[in-house]
Design a protein around this ligand. Structure first.
Ligand code: PEP
Length: 254
């Protein structure tokens, strides 16, 4: 049984003080909601303050990125060794990292291996562009992203893996995919995972939908059999809306 996850990607938003305020609004409102794992991914600079605030709650902490070396002359980078113990998850391969910062599947692969070494569960983001979608290349693009990003990852390492399917054309655009359409694509991703690992591993990996998910459409996604939750950008910055999404997700599987 895969536990539903609702993950908040705050991206490059919130000062540490604003992060503190947002968490203090979320925690009492999330208290008592069962059946959903809530993951907050604040900017690096707020990792410490958020980890202190959530330490007695069931809320999980994630980083938005990591480098693949443990330490050294890598100015401006944060290592998995620094995040370990504080974060349980790390977003890797987000389309903004791929598109704006040139991260290839090979770099994402190195990061996944480094995260696994430090017991950080990767949330591997994959997604196709509008052009690829229109040209019918979605399956090929997503398959290559999964296979190349996960090359050399063992079944044991894959145990904590979460995949987020985020069509690039749906991120931050207000143009979400349809629930049924996302369910078909995510089912295809699960079959690809079965080919890379095995059926049991594929059946255990949570696959989230991401891309303009909000309070009005979350139930449409989470009620789908293949969709195990959502990675939420813009709507996760509004406490009331995010809490409403978590509440809806807690009952959406029926
Ligand atoms: C994201 O960046 O992971 C995302 C899904 O953003 P948004 O919800 O704003 O589309």
């Amino acid at each position: 049984m895969r536990k539903v996850m609702i993950a908040a990607n705050w991206k490059m938003n919130t000062t540490p003080r604003e992060a503190q305020t947002l968490v203090s609004q979320l925690l009492p409102a999330l208290d008592g909601i069962t059946g959903v794992e809530v993951l907050l991914c604040p900017p690096f600079i707020s990792t410490v303050v958020v980890s202190e605030l959530i330490k007695n709650s069931g809320v999980r902490l994630g980083a938005q990125n990591t480098y693949f070396e443990d330490k050294g002359a890598f100015t401006g980078e944060i290592s998995p060794a620094m995040l370990a113990g504080m974060c349980q998850y790390v977003l890797l391969g987000h389309s903004e990292r791929r598109g704006l910062f040139g991260e290839s599947n090979q770099i994402v692969n190195r990061k996944i291996k480094a995260a696994a070494k430090h017991a950080l569960n990767p949330v591997l983001c994959v997604g196709e562009s509008l052009e690829d979608n229109d040209a019918g290349r979605t399956e090929d693009v997503l398959g290559a992203q999964l296979r190349q990003s996960l090359e050399g990852i063992s079944i044991a390492e894959a145990r904590g893996l979460v995949v987020a399917y985020e069509p690039i054309w749906a991120i931050g655009t207000g143009r979400a995919a349809g629930g049924a359409q996302a369910n078909v694509t995510i089912g295809m991703l699960r079959r690809t995972l079965a080919g890379i690992f095995d059926e049991a591993t594929a059946a255990s990996v949570r696959i989230l939908y991401g891309g303009s998910a909000n309070g009005a459409n979350i139930a449409e996604f989470v009620s789908q059999p293949e969709i195990d939750g959502a990675l939420v950008g813009g709507a996760s910055l509004k406490a009331d809306e995010f809490v409403s999404m978590v509440k809806q997700a807690s009952t959406a599987k029926g």
